[in-house]
Design a protein around this ligand. Structure first.
Ligand code: MN
Length: 425
């Protein structure tokens, strides 16, 4: 299938700054407030487009969409539930409307005045009501680093790791959108092996650089999704900062896994970039040895070449780049993750979120957490202002960025920004 909206030669009559994450070839979806409640929107350059106004003016009437109310709801869940074909049709229609050669919307002054706003004039909100949330652990470099640090350098990966995408069910209520202020969590830790646990603010506040996909499909309990069909159930992706309190995690995680060390906040980028927009950036994943079970055997290019960056910005200072990684490093891809999630008959819904796990690359500057970057605090990182970090300080901001780029087009995600506040008294 040819996706016309992906044509790199397309230009929009809306101005798009050079190096924008949001050229006309992107057309992401999100929720914004134009001052009168949350509305579905897309973004071209620094212009935000209110989809409800376009629906008011009949610009979607020709499409085969049964219920136009999806363009008026405060979250994208019902819009997402329309599924892949409708999403493609809407994206193609938007591409057409904003294309240089099309005058249909451009010449409708009233519609433009109502629908188009500068990004500075709007509040960008949480795109979906997250139903269920899974966090995987699918980067082999990350799992290996953690295994070396906490267990045995000679047997860094646990015996199950190359056989299945390890994951756990997380907390969806604490997933919030970029711009969030998150308090340092309090909890139990055990700083000294010889002494009893203590209670207080976490001392080892960390980020995890992840991507998350959002499902569009709905299955019944008992049904499974095959690895070959899995991508048909995926709406799109966001950047996902899985904030982590390492000291709380270390004491609490045995034997059932992470709990309160993760559920005090996870921060996503606001614009959901569709799988279609990312099509030009498919790449082969790493070779999987030993051979995986047939239900996990994915054919073709299932990884995506998406550059990822993490910056730390002190309260009074410039952001310092501390990590450069790439989504293509994932050992287990999204199709395998969703096939595995549902192989037991677990049902899924539109708006569910599945995070990749920390995305680390092969080199020390590509590690996706402070735990790895500072190697458990033994190698502090120096920021531009000369200050050092082993983990994250109060009043630091964590900024994550992601973009895919070839010689013709750049498809980006914008940012996930988290301000870290001191623990609540
Ligand atoms: Mn995680």
């Amino acid at each position: 299938m040819t996706i016309k909206a992906n044509d790199p030669s397309l230009k929009s009559w809306i101005e798009v700054p050079t190096d924008s994450d949001f050229p006309i070839q992107n057309i992401p979806f999100g929720i914004v407030s134009f001052g009168e409640g949350p509305k579905p929107a897309t973004r071209i350059g620094n212009t935000v487009v209110d989809l409800s106004i376009l629906a008011d003016f009949g610009f979607f009437d020709e499409l085969d969409i049964k219920d136009l109310s999806v363009f008026y709801e405060p979250v994208l869940n019902d819009f997402i539930a329309l599924g892949k074909q409708a999403r493609i049709a809407i994206r193609e229609r938007l591409s057409e409307l904003f294309c240089e050669s099309c005058s249909e919307l451009k010449t409708n002054e009233e519609a433009c005045k109502l629908a188009l706003k500068s990004i500075d004039e709007v509040e960008v909100l949480m795109p979906v009501a997250v139903g269920d949330y899974t966090d995987f652990y699918s980067s082999i470099e990350h799992a290996t680093n953690v295994g070396i640090m906490f267990r045995d350098p000679d047997n860094a990966l646990l015996p199950n790791w190359r056989h299945l995408p390890v994951g756990y069910h997380g907390r969806s209520s604490s997933i919030v959108v970029s711009g969030a202020s998150i308090h340092r969590p309090k909890g139990q830790t055990k700083p000294n092996d010889e002494e009893p646990p203590v209670f207080g603010p976490s001392r080892l506040f960390d980020f995890e650089l992840e991507m998350a996909f959002i499902t569009s499909g709905q299955t019944s309990l008992g049904e499974s999704i095959s690895v070959d069909k899995a991508e048909d159930h995926i709406f799109g992706l966001v950047i996902f900062n899985d904030l982590s309190a390492r000291d709380i995690q270390k004491w609490e995680y045995v034997p059932l896994g992470p709990f309160l060390s993760k559920s005090f906040g996870s921060v996503i980028s606001p614009w959901v970039v569709t799988l279609e927009a990312l099509e030009p950036f498919r790449v082969e994943g790493p070779n999987q040895e030993p051979e995986v079970f047939p239900y996990l055997k994915a054919h073709g290019k299932r990884n995506f070449d998406i550059n990822l960056q993490v910056f730390i910005q002190p309260e009074k200072g410039e952001p310092s780049l501390v990590c450069r990684s790439n989504f293509k490093y994932m050992y287990w891809n999204m199709a395998q993750q969703l096939a595995h999630q549902t192989v037991n008959g677990c049902n899924i819904n539109p708006g569910d979120m599945y995070a990749s796990g920390t995305i680390s690359g092969p080199t020390p500057d590509s590690y996706g957490s402070m735990l790895e970057l500072s190697w458990r605090g033994t190698k502090p990182i120096t920021l531009q202002d000369g200050s050092q970090r082993k983990f994250i300080n109060d009043n630091d901001a964590i900024i994550m960025k992601g973009y895919a780029q070839n010689d013709k087009v750049r498809i980006g995600f914008g940012e996930s920004v988290t301000k870290v506040l001191p623990a609540n008294p």
